[in-house]
Every structure is written in structure tokens, then in C-alpha cells.
Write a protein that binds this ligand. Structure first.
Ligand code: AMP
Length: 281
């Protein structure tokens, strides 16, 4: 596996690959890799002639400084795991390599309102940082495809929109959520949970499934209210939001009938972390 820490070196390498007619698939991550990330890598390997993973904890997308400081970093372990799994290229830049001093990296794209509800409403500036870094990474890597997880449903929808408004030739592939055996969505942040927090964490996914099963039985608003109470019960989990949205526009809906394709999204505080999850309905 080639490891590039300097953007100019990666760009030189990619130029040669392109000249040789080779197609790349790109998996942007923030590291502390787990099976969710590796499933994206496996798709990248199927989709292309060579796979590129980036590990970059992007400071501009953190609305909470403490979360940024405490974000798990495991570069050595990640490198070993990527080699084992046959990744071709790792881009492991410093912030200065992604955002060169004195450069203006664009972050103001027309996201058609997709960035307003849910994570957008609860983490001010977060999606600005996300589109800024993904746009910059795409400018550097120029992959044939980019692989992202449904775990971050709103983020994937926003990147689809970014590719449209920038008339990018990169194709977006959205990969299913990989879960622990007890249903908890895998996340780099899960390692920060204590034993007792880890025990109650599956309640999030269980409750999303319960909501899904109530379709056609009870009014949506009532079901959501009960679901919030179910998650909050026991005082360890604390719902930040639990909302049903149109799966395409991400507009929040109040009735089951408001859209044919729905996505139920939630963010829940648990101890030192905030976990997100979603389910398509
Ligand atoms: P992150 O390192 O958390 O920024 O995630 C990098 C990519 O991995 C994003 O596209 C995420 O949606 C995806 N991802 C994170 N967790 C999972 C998971 N449990 N299953 C599938 N994809 C995931």
C-alpha cells in the first residue's frame, strides 16, 4: 500500500494512474477504522482498478471542540488493517496539506435545504465543514467513484447534491449500515462508551425498528413521542432529535402518508458521545 502524506505527491501519483487509464474508487474517513469502513473499502475494490482511503479528522466539521480533541486516532492500527485488507493507496494528510495557508477552500454550495433539518439544525456549521472537506478531497483525488455510508444518511444526500451542483463526473455509491451483533451501528465513537453505556446503546436501533413496525397502526406524531420516551427511559440515553423525513428532500414530515419513501433519523447523547442512526421506511 502506498501512503501519501503530501498532497503534491499523491497528485503526481494519481496523474500517472489516470494516464494509464486506471479508474479509482475513493473512501474518505476520519480513521479509527472499523468493519463499517472496511465494507466501504470492499465496495471500492469491486468498483475500480484501485482503491484510495483517506484518513483525515477534518477540524472544520466539528462544532464541538472537545469532540475534536477526543476523537479517537489510531493511525498505526489503521495502516496495518488497510494493508491486510489490500487497500492500494492511503492519503494521510495534515490539516495544512488539505487547507494550504492563504488558500480559500470553498464551502458555500447551494445544498437545496438538505443541510437544514436534523444534523444541520443541531450541529451548526457541521455540513459546511463536511462539504468543504469532501469538495477539497474530490478536487485532489478526482475518483471515478466515491463510497459513503448510509450510516450518515443526511451527509450522503448532501454529497449527492454537491456532485450535482459542481457537475462532477464522480459517481456516489451509498453502502448499507454495518452493525454490531446487538444492532448498534458501528462508529469510531463507540470505543469511548463505558461498559454500562455500551449495554444500553442497542436501545437506539431497537426503538427505530419499533417505530417502523407502528406504521399503519398509530399516528406518526404519537409514535415518535413514545419512541423518545422509550429511549430516554433509564436516564442514560438522551435523545437530541428523532425525526421522520422525506427520504429524498429530507424535509421533516408529520404523517406516515406524507411521503412514499421515508427515513427515520436520530441522534442520541450517551455518556461522552453523541450517536446517530437511521432506518429507511
Ligand atoms: P467517518 O470515519 O465516521 O467519517 O466515516 C467515514 C465513512 O464511513 C462515512 O461515509 C460513513 O458513513 C461510513 N461509515 C461509518 N460507520 C459506518 C457503518 N457502521 N456502516 C457503514 N458505513 C459506515
Amino acid at each position: 500500500m502506498y501512503i501519501f502524506r503530501k498532497t503534491a505527491d499523491l497528485e503526481r501519483y494519481l496523474k500517472r494512474q489516470k494516464e494509464n487509464g486506471l479508474k479509482s474508487a475513493f473512501v474518505p474517513t476520519m480513521g479509527a477504522l472499523h468493519e463499517g469502513h472496511f465494507s466501504l473499502l470492499a465496495i471500492a475494490q469491486e468498483e475500480s482498478d484501485f482503491s484510495i482511503v483517506s484518513i483525515f479528522v477534518n477540524p472544520t466539521q466539528f462544532d464541538d471542540k472537545k469532540d475534536l480533541e477526543k476523537y479517537p486516532r489510531k493511525d498505526e492500527e489503521d495502516i496495518r488493517a488497510l494493508v491486510t485488507r489490500g487497500c492500494d493507496v492511503l492519503y494521510l494528510p495534515s490539516p495544512e496539506e488539505v487547507y494550504p495557508p492563504d488558500s480559500h477552500i470553498k464551502s458555500d454550495f447551494d445544498l437545496g435545504g438538505l443541510d437544514r433539518p436534523m444534523e444541520g439544525a443541531h450541529r451548526p456549521g457541521h455540513f459546511n465543514g463536511v462539504v468543504q472537506v469532501v469538495n477539497r478531497l474530490l478536487e485532489i483525488v478526482q475518483p471515478s467513484s466515491i463510497i459513503m455510508g448510509q450510516k450518515d444518511y443526511q451527509q450522503a444526500a448532501i454529497i449527492r447534491r454537491l456532485l450535482e451542483v459542481t457537475e462532477s463526473e464522480t459517481e456516489l455509491v451509498v453502502a448499507p449500515i454495518i452493525r454490531e451483533e446487538d444492532g448498534l451501528a458501528m462508529s469510531s465513537r463507540n470505543v469511548r462508551l463505558s461498559e454500562s453505556e455500551r449495554k444500553v446503546a442497542p436501545k437506539i436501533q431497537e426503538t427505530l425498528q419499533w417505530v417502523k413496525a407502528q406504521k399503519g397502526k398509530k399516528p406518526l406524531e404519537l409514535v415518535l413521542k413514545e419512541a423518545v420516551a422509550k429511549i430516554n427511559e433509564g436516564n442514560q440515553l438522551r435523545v437530541d432529535y428523532l425525526e421522520m423525513a422525506n427520504a429524498q428532500s429530507l424535509e421533516v414530515v408529520k404523517n406516515w402518508e406524507d411521503s412514499e419513501a421515508l427515513v427515520l433519523c436520530t441522534a442520541v447523547h450517551l455518556g461522552p458521545v453523541r450517536l446517530i442512526d437511521n432506518v429507511l421506511i
